[in-house]
Design a binder for this molecule. Structure first.
Ligand code: GUN
Length: 290
């Protein structure tokens, strides 16, 4: 039996349209106010890594499409960490800016932790600041990292039951695996995080009703990892030697076993961007209505 395809492309469109409607409404309400402030996202890129430039440009373009103002900052890769932190501190104080995104990775001479720590947690639309990570871990409202939030929103939009389900997440990164585990736990799933030292990974994965692959290895999850009928979410974005983008899941064979599956591309990726926009809107509301 073939799986239902969970189209992040289509679901993200629904989120972006909803967001555009909300922002259009704010704009229409403030049409006569010359001092009105609308949702704004500051995007910082350090250096000119081509992959980062593509991501950053996609983020800026998506902002414009829903009516979020984007402010771009590009620093040379020779810039100092102090210069970057000074820019972040200026943006922390700027009332036009509700979200600050500093594209990672940073050049080697900069400490990512110190840079992320400099961002006002209320403007931390990546959900990377330790304050937001801590709030998430105790189940409080906060800014949640975009990729894990996008995975959860896809499951919800598809009306997939999470409560009481066995959820296995392969990958323990701070950006995906750990925050996703906290989100799924908050939805009452029984969560296991697997990683490179996990014993008998295949057998563990076959216990999953919801299997999430966030490993970063092309085609790692084969059909023998998957319980028939399970929901499979593929977070991987890998470039194969033929330059094609491939997920962590061998899509064609897992498609035949799974109950539902996200494709790559067109799965988690578009949801990540939609959640960045949503987080910026959420920050805007909390910063302007308090
Ligand atoms: N680099 C790759 N993914 C991301 C992301 O989600 N946020 C930031 N800031 N940098 C990234």
């Amino acid at each position: 039996m073939a799986a239902t395809v969970i189209s992040g492309k289509e679901i993200s469109k629904v989120f972006r349209e909803r967001l555009k409607q909300s922002i259009d409404l704010i704009k229409s309400e403030k049409v006569d106010d010359p001092n009105a402030i609308f949702p704004g996202l500051a995007v910082i890129q350090v250096g000119a890594d081509p992959a980062s430039s593509i991501y950053v440009n996609n983020k800026k373009k998506s902002c414009e499409e829903v009516g979020i103002v984007s402010f771009s900052y590009t620093l040379e890769d020779t810039a100092t960490e102090a210069e970057l932190i000074e820019l972040i501190e200026t943006l922390n104080k700027d009332p036009r800016v509700h979200g600050i995104l500093c594209q990672l990775p940073l050049p080697k001479h900069m400490d990512e932790f110190s840079v992320i720590n400099a961002i006002d947690p209320k403007k931390d639309v990546d959900g990377f600041h330790p304050v937001n990570k801590g709030l998430l871990s105790i189940g409080r409202d906060c800014l949640v990292s975009c990729t894990p939030l996008g995975c959860l929103m896809m499951l919800k939009e598809m009306n997939i039951d999470i409560s009481g389900k066995n959820c296995v997440i392969i990958g323990r990164s701070n950006i995906v695996g750990k925050p996703l585990a906290a989100l799924m736990l908050a939805e009452n799933a029984t969560v296991t995080i697997a990683h490179s030292k996990t014993k008998d990974l295949k057998a563990l994965c076959r216990t999953a009703d919801i299997l999430i692959a966030a490993i970063g290895r092309s085609g790692f999850v084969t059909e023998d990892f998957v319980k028939p009928g399970a929901v499979v979410i593929d977070v991987g974005i890998n470039r194969d030697p033929d330059n094609k983008v491939r997920g962590d899941v061998k899509y064609d064979e897992v498609f035949e076993v799974a109950g539902a599956i996200t494709p790559v591309p067109g799965g988690v990726g578009p949801m990540t961007i939609a959640m960045l926009l949503q987080n910026t809107y959420k920050s805007y509301l909390s910063l302007t209505q308090s």
